[in-house]
Design a protein around this ligand. Sequence first.
Ligand code: GCU
Length: 432
Amino acid sequence: MRARWVWLIIAIGLVGFGLAGCIAARLPNVTLDPALAPPAPAPILGPFGQDAPISTRHDWETRRAPLLRQAFATEIYGPYPAHIIPPRLLSRDVISYAPLAGEAQIEQWSVAVGGADRPLHFNMIIVMPAQARGPAPVIVMQNFCGNRAAFRDPPATIAGPLTPVFPGCEGGWETPLVELVFGRHIMVPPYRQILARGYALAMFYAGDVVGDEAESARAGLAQLYGEDAPRAGALAAWAWLYSQAYDVIAADARFDAAHIAVWGHSRNAKAALLAGANDARIAAVIAHQSGRGGASLNRSDAGESIAEIMGAYPWWFPPAYARAAESAVDQDDLIALIAPRPVLLGNSRRDAWADPLGAWRAAESASPVYELYGEGGLVQPDMRRPNLRAGIGFYTRDGLHGVHSQDWDVFLEFLDAHFRAEAPQSGRQPSR
Ligand code: GCU
């Protein structure tokens, strides 16, 4: 009887792998021709409503940027929580994890956020080089599945997610399938690769505070926003959590507050872009495959539509986002709000859903703002090969939506290029 079950599970697994492989192989490649990108939005330094054209950094920072941030809060993402007090470190525990013993020091921080009367908290895992030479630069990452899923054989001391996560997040037989489709590092970051370059990683599940499904999102937003909750969205709350994480990390002398980057994949990349746009302390943004509501233009017709994203994930945005295609702002403005700080936009060729061409056009349209600062914006020969030293890097690899080791090679080279004077001059050029 037992043997029959084992065979059945193996058969289901093989069929699953086979199906995943077939689906992946049939997805068409996006044609990486900028001529096919959607029309350019209005010139970014041109008039905006009553606001006259911009010709200096000063005008951009004092006039235009505040208007754009306000427009993103009212028309796209909803606002950040108001009337809150600074985040508080509730606890800090050392975690022992044998596979990284000697290479990393690992801690688990519990961080309280929101008003004192409405306490919420998230658990953040810090993985830092065991022998750091001075304060470590930090990559702040949000994950999809909670911190336990980010370790193979996690120690019992690592807390699990505080709200429901996908069934595929729970480990077990689905994990190889999830990793086959979405890449080896979709859940487990490449710790050794990151540590070897001297970076610390600070990782948390934003769903601890505002969940990623209807009920736990509603509950979290109600607690954070009170009566403003109907105008709020989870993505803005998640973006705000990157800044809350920044506060507690920067207060610890072991970390280099001037070199804290945010990293996100897909939905978390949307949040990472908004965090970078709203918080000038964030030194760099890596937004991998952020898609609609991320780097891709709202006015683009390719990939996921606004109606589709609103239908599938109604808690991500406030109702106003349904009319985003008519808004005066588009996602090129979001990228521009990060200037002159560097941003890397990751893409893949079989990820038409995330609309790489729409992101390319947005990056191109944002570039004049980088130029105001004397920085190149998007300065690269084509959509594949990022100029990792430029203000905007645009990287496209073959394959599907997901996170692979080769992506991390590019992410880390990008950070080195901007954070470390001694970084190699030439960025890694993904192969054709
Ligand atoms: C869905 C969603 C995307 C999102 C992605 C993800 O595919 O439609 O907008 O980026 O999930 O977060 O993985």
